[in-house]
Design a binder for this molecule. Structure first.
Ligand code: U2F
Length: 522
């Protein structure tokens, strides 16, 4: 069945009608608040492109973090300062798919999951597997385990239809079980043998995964009311808002916050069931609804990162509302090797600040990354921020149109059930680069203002690719190695990849020069 852009969200409201769950209530409130802007963006997309008609997908959304025991804990924390970033993403994904015309089922119940996709009771202990009625299932790491329990043997057969919302990302070396076990990449979360592009991240962390993202608040307003929108109209008070919804995030940061409060009236939105442990000069509002939180950011000049939470949506919203984001630099960087939060996460990423995306892709004058143990550095940053006028800014990828285009692209072109070599992006997009020793393809491509594209690895995993790069191989091996294809100058050894699941943009070592499939960023 063919489908096109929808201009009503009524089918989505029916799908997310369970308002006894605080998490679903958060999702619903966000959808309602942003609905008009999404609809306008859909109309804009329909006008500007003739490619918005597509095959209608039957989609199941199953946020596993909201189901079962884990779900009870998550739900209990929604109104007490627990993580909301994942809910922001589930809300935006469900609107996006609805606007694109797909047919959605939303569930946060393990029990319901069984009736939706489970095997039917058969004779004795032999259940009968029914054909899966969904073309796509969006879930998360928790949900994967639930799906496995419900589907039994059919799990493997249908796993090419899964999409995993995975905030921090999963690198290929962690995803392939035997390799992960024998090479020290075994973690709590990885080893599901999915195609790495089936993992969808909150920020463009590693191009080995698909960047799903979310929509930043004010950007959508801008799209809706182009004529009325006046960045100068944002009246900024001399106030700072501290990013930290729970007490523990403030530990050891009082010196840093004090320096800021000497220049700016300092506000917070900390959930506080007990008498306050916050410094007396802080104006705490308690945890706010998202609408009121954004209202506070609209008035603020600076949004102050304390170091945690890592890589959340709030700094992007703050910058979109005209704030400057001031955040701690991490030296040495935080990673799964030295940090409890990242320990066990299937990534080797080195986190150089609270929000590396904001640091690297947005930067000054919107983002200041400082050594917060050095009082002078903080003072100088605050002084510079106060003397600079900064306009609201939203990267295109965090607008409604940006997200609609991206998700439409994925749905139309990503087919992990096909056994043939991927044809999207086309081979003509390939820009082949040979990296220096010790550099991953992520950085090799980025240095040329390009992006590593794992779907193009197939085209350079051939002896001819080495010849084209002017490399004369004295020997060529084929190996299961996430650095391959690559070239080792010692003995002029050329290495081809034997296991397609291990094609990896991430990964570097001092003895390999990697062959990198780069492409332009759009
Ligand atoms: C991130 O999760 P968080 O939920 O802690 O991320 P934040 O950036 O703090 O904010 C999420 C949303 O909460 C909203 C705000 C953001 O859109 O508008 N909000 C609110 O409604 N009321 C308030 O008083 C303050 C904020 C990340 F997203 C997760 O993936 C991680 O698990 C977590 C830990 O690193 O960090």
């Amino acid at each position: 069945k063919k489908t096109g852009i929808r201009t009503s969200l009524s089918s989505l409201y029916e799908a997310i009608s369970n308002t006894s769950s605080p998490a679903v209530k958060f999702i619903r409130t966000r959808v309602e608040r942003m609905s008009e802007r999404w609809i306008q963006a859909g109309l804009k997309m329909r006008q500007s492109s003739n490619k918005t008609v597509s095959t209608q997908m039957r989609v199941l959304l199953y946020p596993g973090a909201l189901a079962g025991n884990v779900g009870q804990h998550f739900e209990a924390m929604v109104e007490r300062g627990g993580p909301l970033g994942e809910l922001v993403q589930w809300a935006d994904l469900s609107v996006c798919l609805t606007i694109l015309g797909h047919d959605l089922t939303f569930s946060t119940s393990k029990h319901q999951l069984h009736s939706l996709i489970g095997a039917a009771p058969g004779r004795g202990s032999c259940p009968i597997q029914r054909p899966l009625t969904f073309d796509l299932i969006y879930t998360d790491y928790h949900g994967l385990a639930h799906l496995q329990g419900a589907m039994g043997l059919a799990f493997q057969h249908y796993q090419c239809r899964f999409r995993i919302l995975d905030s921090f990302g999963t690198e290929p070396a962690f995803n392939f079980p035997s390799y992960a076990r024998s090479h020290g990449f075994n973690t709590l979360w990885g080893s599901w043998s999915l195609q790495p592009l089936q993992y969808m991240t909150m920020f463009p962390h590693t191009p080995d995964n698909s960047f799903l993202g979310f929509v930043s608040e004010e950007a959508v307003k801008k799209e809706l009311r182009e004529d009325e929108f006046k960045p100068e109209g944002y009246k900024k008070d001399k106030i700072a808002v501290v990013y930290g919804k729970q007490d523990y995030m403030w530990q050891g940061k009082s010196g840093y916050v004090k320096v800021i409060s000497e220049e700016l009236e300092t506000h917070a939105t900390v959930y506080q069931p007990h008498p306050s442990t916050l410094p007396s000069f802080i104006k705490n509002h308690g945890l706010l609804t998202q609408e009121h939180f954004l209202g506070l950011l609209r008035r603020a000049k600076v949004f102050v990162g304390l170091g945690f939470p890592y890589e959340g949506p709030a700094p992007i919203e703050a910058i979109a509302l005209g704030c400057v984001f001031l955040q701690p630099k991490f030296d040495p960087p935080h990673s799964s090797e030295n940090n409890d939060f990242y320990k066990g996460k299937p990534t080797t990423r080195q986190i150089s600040s609270q929000h590396p995306y904001a640091e690297e892709f947005i930067g000054k004058p919107y983002v200041w990354t400082v050594n917060v143990t050095n009082k002078t550095d903080i003072q100088e940053a605050v002084k510079a921020i106060l003397s600079t006028e900064v306009k609201p800014f939203t990267p295109q990828e965090f607008t409604c149109v940006g997200m609609l285009e991206r998700v439409h692209g994925y749905i139309t072109h990503q087919n992990f059930c096909s056994k043939s070599v991927p044809t999207w992006p086309p081979e003509s997009a390939l820009r082949m680069h040979l990296g220096p020793l010790g550099q991953s393809c992520i950085s090799v491509c980025r240095r040329s203002s390009l992006l590593c594209e794992p779907a193009l690895f197939y085209h350079l995993n051939t002896p001819a690719a080495f010849t084209r790069l002017g490399l004369a191989c004295s020997s060529t091996v084929q190996e299961v190695n996430h650095m391959f294809p690559s070239y080792s100058p010692w003995g002029r050894r050329c290495g081809l990849q034997q296991e397609p699941l291990l094609f990896s943009c991430a990964g570097s070592d001092s003895s390999h020069r990697r062959l990198c499939p780069c492409r332009a960023t759009i």
